[in-house]
Design a binder for this molecule. Structure first.
Ligand code: CDP
Ligand code: CDP
Length: 226
């Protein structure tokens, strides 16, 4: 039995990070949240008053940022930028509203993809994002494309916001989510799309446990094959 690499892509709220975290814990793999890297850069850009359109300033900012993803014992991921912990601030409405524009620039993606490939050099990693199966780990042994209806995804994100005491209403959450999905799907560089060899997992009517069990089952089969 050999460890494999797992790529999980899909739109916002489809369940990627929740499921990726649990799959990684069950298989004793490393979980890498690539969205947190784009969110950290967006947060820093807002702090430094760098526009989301200004590719050159954004890449200069990113080059100065050492982004570390620390896995905690409870499976949660702690993001550190140059040793400083970032928390909830990378999930704020303003970061969420700007992150897709920041992520659309070629130079930013090239730098992020190179860093993610470096982090995933060893086998036994689960990465989630938008372009993992298509660009970051095209050779991953298991690729999942996770999806759910937009109504269900907006409901989940709204509930999550309420639980975490973030300001939220269902209509605004749904519109923001649809806008971000459109930007992520329509950008010219590494858009969100299902890789040809990815397994489609529709989580609309599935519990987290069911999805985790299904992915772990396929992963075990792939481990035995490789
Ligand atoms: O968790 P949620 O689905 O809300 O988003 P995320 O995974 O934290 O990603 C935030 C944003 O980063 C996405 O909407 C994309 O614009 C960008 N992203 C990307 O372009 N490529 C990735 N591999 C991961 C995220
Ligand atoms: O990472 P992504 O944006 O794809 O989604 P997530 O942050 O993992 O999931 C969004 C919310 O939906 C979380 O609060 C999950 O607990 C919930 N969820 C769910 O209710 N049922 C699923 N099958 C998957 C996620």
């Amino acid at each position: 039995m050999h460890k494999i690499n797992i790529a999980i892509d899909g739109p916002a709220g489809s369940g990627k990070s929740t499921v990726a975290k649990e799959v990684a814990a069950k298989l004793s793999y490393l979980y890498i949240d690539t969205g947190a890297m784009y969110r950290s850069l967006t947060f820093r850009a807002l702090q430094a008053q760098v526009s989301e359109q200004d590719e050159q300033s954004l890449i200069e900012l990113l080059k100065e940022m050492e982004i570390t993803l620390e896995q905690q014992s409870d499976g949660e991921v702690q993001v550190l930028v140059n040793g400083e912990r970032l928390g909830e601030e990378i999930r704020s409405q303003i970061v969420t509203a700007k992150v897709s524009e920041v992520s659309a620039h070629r130079k930013i993606r090239e730098e992020m993809v190179a860093r993610q490939q470096q982090l995933a050099k060893q086998k036994g990693v689960v990465l989630d994002g938008r372009d993992i199966g298509t660009y970051v780990l095209p050779g991953a042994e298991l690729k999942i494309y996770m999806d759910a209806s937009v109504e269900e995804r907006a409901k989940r994100r709204h509930l999550e916001n309420m639980e975490k005491q973030r300001p939220s209403d269902i209509t605004t959450t749904k519109e923001a989510l649809k806008r971000r999905d459109r930007l992520d799907r329509e950008r010219p560089i590494a858009p969100l799309q299902q890789a040809g060899d990815a397994v489609l997992v529709d989580t609309t009517n599935q519990t987290i446990e069911e999805v985790v069990a299904r992915i772990c089952r396929i992963a075990r089969e792939k481990e035995n094959e490789s």
